[in-house]
Design a protein around this ligand. Sequence first.
Ligand SMILES: [Zn+2]
Ligand SMILES: [Zn+2]
Length: 144
Amino acid sequence: MTDGKGVDAGLLQTRYRLTKQRAAILRALEDGAHLTAETIHERVRVELPAVSLGTIYRTLDILRAIGLVQVFAHGGAARYEAALDKHHHLVCVACGEIVNVPAPQVAAIALAVAQDNRYSGIDAAMVITGRCARCAGLARNGLS
Ligand SMILES: [Zn+2]
Ligand SMILES: [Zn+2]
């Protein structure tokens, strides 16, 4: 059927390609942005023009599984970010800015509520929506 060498070469090639895709995705996320898979795809294609959106999704799943990427879903499409410590999000409803905030108090509140309801193994994510300072300023000045 196939000789050992051919299989090994193929495997190595597959591994190498996966590694390149992972690295390209992590580079696309390194400015701390919260990006949709489509935006990541656009950025990665600059480096790897042949990569498909399906491959981006599969690679993002792998990166999530190994803890290098987190997903944030609020309203529209899921957004991915290079993993940081546990954090919560402030979202500006006017310009769409997403800011990471540590908000360590949330864990204590979530734990108390969970215990009252006999829940265990909990996780809690807080999303605070509003207007960022810049957008609030524009609104005050009648510019938006
Ligand atoms: Zn804003
Ligand atoms: Zn975030």
